[in-house]
Design a protein around this ligand. Structure first.
Ligand SMILES: [Fe+2]
Length: 227
């Protein structure tokens, strides 16, 4: 993706998120220079990989295959291993109308995916088979706001604003906005996007960036290179 496109997506996302009364934390608005100047005391942001995350899954078709994410908080793998402390994470995301986040599952992370407002959030769901692949044969049961729902493999679960679903490790899922753009919350186990996403099709998790203008804010995937 071009950096100019990423900057434009950031502007539009900030406006969309604010329209629902949700405000991003202060570090969202720091420039790359401000982040560099504060590098010594922002280990908690950089190491936890908090911040802007805009992906086209490396395919260059953001409108059709892409997702806007902002990681608001993220706990510690050490706490997770020891079974106490900061074992949780939170993201705010936007799926635009018919913009697909491709079929994937997680190894460790359980996640509540929440329709925080806007249009309908559609999710296609499968179980895993014994090898961890998409199971085309078994019905899928998920909890939606505490209520179990069972549907055929590959059926679409639709969440209206206010509704959520709990996806456990092994639940394959693909999702998109239906009839409009959707603000999505994610409340989950500690998040590690470097190792915990298994995609059905071979695909990247992050964008390749073409630098055609200065970044307004850094992406999480910029931290290693820019800070
Ligand atoms: Fe997921």
């Amino acid at each position: 993706m071009k950096r100019s496109e990423i900057n434009e997506i950031m502007r539009a996302a900030d406006e969309f998120i604010r329209s629902f009364g949700f405000i991003l934390p202060p570090f969202a608005y720091w420039s790359p220079d401000q982040m560099r100047a504060r590098r010594g005391d922002i280990g908690g942001i950089v190491d936890a990989r908090l911040g802007w995350d805009i992906t086209d899954y490396g395919e260059g078709r953001f409108g059709e295959l892409g997702l806007f994410l902002f990681t608001v908080r993220n706990g510690s793998q050490d706490d997770l291993k020891r079974g106490g402390g900061m074992c949780y994470a939170e993201k705010i995301m936007i799926s635009r109308q018919d913009q697909v986040s491709p079929m994937h599952r997680h190894i460790v992370k359980a996640e509540d995916i929440i329709n925080r407002g806007g249009a309908t959030l559609a999710l296609e769901l499968f179980n895993s088979d014994a090898q961890g692949h998409v199971d085309p044969d078994t019905d899928v049961t998920v909890a939606t706001d505490g209520v179990l729902r069972t549907q055929p493999p590959g059926a679409i679960l639709r969440l209206e604003p206010g509704e959520s679903v709990t996806l456990l490790p092994g639940n394959w899922h693909k999702f998109w906005g239906e009839r409009g753009d959707v603000l999505i919350g994610e409340v989950s186990t500690v998040n590690d996007d470097l190792t915990d996403n298994i995609f059905r099709e071979p695909i990247g998790r992050f964008s390749d960036v073409e630098e055609d203008e200065e970044p307004m804010h850094l992406l999480v995937s910029d931290y290693d290179k820019w800070l």
